[in-house]
Design a protein around this ligand. Structure first.
Ligand code: CUA
Length: 175
């Protein structure tokens, strides 16, 4: 049908039955997927934490240094490897362009991971399980986590943070 074949005033015609059906299908689908969002927030089991505190970048930097000093067990490619006791508070610092320290955790133990950045916004991405969180300067983001499967989980940055962004990586070792 060419454009010229469309009669003027077509939009004033009543809806065809097929059109009505599709409008209701689309409308119902919109309502359904909108309701799934709050439902998942309450009943889903992989929701991000709602726990965060304001903290200066200097204070977070010092807390991470103290944490490393206390539980350091070695080094991995120039980064400190830290083995904290189960059920403790652990720290992960994002900065241009590395994640410090390398965390050595026990499977089945619960930790309170404090995540932040001391310069700009970084994105913590844990592979291969693909969990993503943001490291925001000025905020201590607390993620209560219980690593399940032993293995080496590489972490990368998924938020563009400057020249070395592509090389910003780190590691979580679960035993
Ligand atoms: Cu840090 Cu990109």
């Amino acid at each position: 049908m060419s454009i010229s074949a469309i009669k003027p005033g077509w939009w004033q015609q009543p809806l065809h039955k097929d059109e009505k059906i599709w409008i209701w299908v689309a409308f119902t689908w919109c309502i359904l997927i909108t309701l799934i969002m709050p439902w998942w927030h309450i009943y889903g089991d992989q929701n991000p934490s709602q726990e965060y505190y304001k903290i200066t970048t200097e204070a977070f930097d010092q807390l991470t240094d103290k944490f490393i000093e206390k539980y350091k067990v070695g080094e991995d490619e120039g980064l400190p490897v830290v083995e904290p006791p189960p059920n403790s508070d652990i720290f992960l610092r994002g900065e241009q362009w590395q994640w410090t320290p390398v965390l050595k955790l026990k499977a089945g133990s619960t930790y309170r991971l404090h995540l932040s950045s001391i310069d700009t916004l970084h994105g913590l991405s844990i592979y291969p399980i693909v969990m993503n969180f943001e490291a925001v300067p000025g905020y201590d983001y607390v993620l209560t986590m219980t690593p399940g499967k032993p293995g080496v989980y590489n972490i990368i940055c998924n938020e563009f943070c400057g020249l070395g962004h592509h090389a910003m990586s780190g590691k979580i070792i679960v035993e």
